[in-house]
Design a protein around this ligand. Structure first.
Ligand code: GLN
Length: 420
């Protein structure tokens, strides 16, 4: 079947695209989709938000430019949680459904990307701040790769939290996901945080299992991941990560603080919806009208994030969270002197049903990120690889390496993939 037809069919069934072009530019191109927070010249980009309705970027993000140079054509923009705020892709105006069971969520925030990969086999360029590549990859049964912070240029990404955002890839195989990462990575003068990879480290053939993360996962998911470890035949030892809970708290403070500064510009002057400005209206009324386009979760994060960095509270919350982040990194790096990496279940359980998600409080929602947040906070590279099923739903195994040791992550990911 014609690729565009396949994509449109997947979108009709599972709600996974925000935009599909009428035709693919150029012939014989390899296809790739892009999460809707990535700018693709001439294609609408809303980052899952109503406040960006009507925005069509006049330029390509560096990753898109590089993919195009390597012979790819962008064949769809994919749905996501508003600005990346979420774990299940339910915080947006178009909610994707899991292709393995449409009563369940795809995971988020890159839910549309994972869903489209699962439904069509076409790879995707996605993004993770605190787990947005691992979560939907695990729930939809595809491979998701999140690189080291700084390996890939963020130029042309609609920011969530600048010190955490990482652009990565999703595909049906480990080889394809890493080869797409090779295409888009590398230093870029338009992003001063993009850097060159470090030297490859010698392998120790030993991985660490962080006890405090494993303990917070569902028993059947955990058992399935143990099967993966047994099949891998690799030396695995339990280690303690004392700062797992603190990692969650500090991640959410830092992410929300940065998000609230990023969202400040969407007030309807230069950025965001351009509403009519009535003659009787005050600026406050005008800005309020515009900013009311933010969804509930975005508003919550704006309020909490602004609070955490307000003078008087800054030292108590934001600065403290930054110190905790340093502790988390220190603890992880210490283990990485002895081990090649960490292995955990990608998510605490299989993809939840929409009816189950509706009952979660925001805090319960945030706690679902326990497997991904510590490593994202530290900027460590990781991959989620599908390994078997529980209740007919895919389970993901997450392998995490040291900074810029993507090759190590790839090697272990391939072993998991081969043994499944
Ligand atoms: N669930 C996390 C959050 O809401 C991570 C999402 C992401 O990586 N964009 O912040």
């Amino acid at each position: 079947m014609d690729a565009l037809k396949k994509i449109i069919e997947a979108d009709e069934k599972f709600n996974c695209c925000t935009y599909v072009p009428k035709e693919i530019e150029g012939s014989g191109k390899k296809l790739v989709s892009a999460k809707d927070n990535l700018c693709v010249k001439g294609m609408p980009a809303q980052a899952g938000s109503k406040i960006l309705e009507g925005y069509v970027p006049p330029f390509d993000a560096t990753v898109v430019e590089r993919a195009k140079k390597a012979g790819y054509a962008v064949c769809a923009k994919t749905v996501m949680d508003e600005f990346g705020f979420g774990t299940f892709n339910v915080n947006t105006y178009k909610v994707p459904k899991n292709p393995h069971d449409p009563t369940r969520a795809t995971g988020g925030s890159s839910g549309g990307s994972a869903c489209l990969v699962a439904a069509t086999g076409i790879p995707s360029i996605a993004e993770s701040t605190g787990g947005s590549i691992t979560a939907p990859s695990a729930f939809c049964g595809v491979v998701g790769v999140t690189p080291t912070y700084g390996l890939v240029s963020r130029y042309g990404l609609i920011d969530y939290a600048n010190s955490l955002d990482k652009i990565g890839t999703m595909a049906t195989t480990v080889t394809e996901a890493f080869s797409l990462l090779d295409t888009i990575k590398g230093t870029d003068k338009k992003d001063s945080t993009s850097t060159q990879p470090a030297q490859e480290k010698k392998l120790k053939n030993k991985i660490a299992l962080p006890k405090e993360i494993w303990e917070r996962t569902d028993e059947r998911t955990r058992k399935q991941c143990w099967k993966a470890i047994d099949a891998m035949g690799v030396e695995a030892e339990e280690v303690s990560l004392k700062h797992v809970d603190s990692a969650l708290y500090s991640y959410y403070i830092i992410a929300m603080a940065e998000a609230s500064t990023n969202l400040a510009k969407y007030c309807g002057l230069r950025y965001g919806l351009q509403n009519e400005y009535g003659p009787e209206e005050t600026y406050t009324e005008y800005f309020t009208k515009t900013r009311n386009a933010f969804g509930e979760e975005a508003k919550r994060r704006l309020l909490l994030g602004s609070f955490a960095r307000t003078s008087g509270y800054r030292g108590k919350y934001y600065e403290k969270a930054c110190k905790v982040r340093t502790l988390v990194i220190g603890e992880l790096k210490n283990h990485l002197k002895e081990y090649d990496g960490f292995l955990t279940p990608s998510m605490p359980a299989i993809a939840p049903k929409f009816s189950e998600i509706a009952k979660l409080s925001p805090l319960q929602h945030y706690r679902m990120d326990v497997c991904t947040v510590p490593f994202n906070l530290a900027g460590l590279p990781h991959a989620s690889v599908p390994f078997g099923k529980v209740d007919g739903m895919p389970v993901g195994v997450q392998i995490i390496g040291d900074h810029f040791q993507e090759k190590t992550v790839e090697k272990y990911a391939k072993i998991i993939e081969e043994r499944k």
